[in-house]
Design a protein around this ligand. Sequence first.
Ligand code: LMR
Length: 351
Amino acid sequence: MKYFVASAVLTILLVIGLIAYQQGAFSKEKIAYDDEQVGLDDQIIINFSHVVAENTPKGMAAKKFAELVEEKSGGRIMVKVYPDGMLYSDYDELEALLDNEVQMIAPTTSKMTERLPSWQVLDLPFVIETNEQLKAVLTGELSGKLLEELSKLHIKGLTFWSNGFKQISSNQPIIRAEDFKGKQIRTMGSDIIKEQYRKLNAEPIPLNFDDVYYEIQNQLIDAQENTISNIYSKKFYTMENHITLSNHGIMAYAVMMNENFWNSLTEEDQQIIIESLEEMQEWQFELAERINGEFLEKLYKEPNVEIIQLNEQNKKQWMQSVSPLYEYFNQKGNGTYFNLLLQDIDKVEDF
Ligand code: LMR
């Protein structure tokens, strides 16, 4: 019996040994190794998805951020940027962030308003009037409060980037407020933005950014509001060739990270991310101004594009039509946000 047990154990050991040998566990051969693989285990990958072209204020900022983080971490932290909605369209990218399928996104603040209605404060028309004011708002008390609110969604809010001011591109000239009447205009999903166009007797059509080109091409919408950098880089002007320079609203991006991912980083790595964003902040604001200016120059040179400057009288008319929106926003218990916005703007005017 003893002999039988011993030979059974020996046979089992032999079989295990044979399998392990076949799988290379005892192989003396070295595993292929090259410089690229050094420190691979320590490497941190941050996938950053966004929906706009690479040559825009957000596209270029995402690239610059990736370069700074890589440089400061000695290549240990890699930010992989996926532009142009190549991974996700704008509403899906938020879901992907929450599921940690990507770790970073920078949507327009307007796209966060379904989940955080107070963020509509940045969609109120004709409140922020200059780039200096926009900068003050995006770095002031209000922006701090808005970023903190992202924690309700288990998101780490990092900073805001700018894309300047929104204009209108349309298939018919829009000169006066009444020219909006009956027009179907593509907007982002924010209630305040949609209400703004209802007040102008237009019909807002909320659409994902990557559907806009198709909708214009197939004449399913008459107009859309966007920054010059988006109108130019996405070639909307080739089909909607009347552009009204109205500066009626701003476009800002909230740079954010999946909260669990953020918490999994060491303090040192978190610091690298914060420092990179701080270092490029001023550059990003200037970039937004510069790119929108340069693309506008290019549009002026396009023979088939008509650029219409909104004059003071027409602006007043437009402002009058949308003026009930401030009350509408405040009535929803958002007075604090509106006051903070005005306070941040006032700080600029004090100079
Ligand atoms: C839009 O949907 O028009 C913008 O949010 C796109 C962007 O991210 O600039």
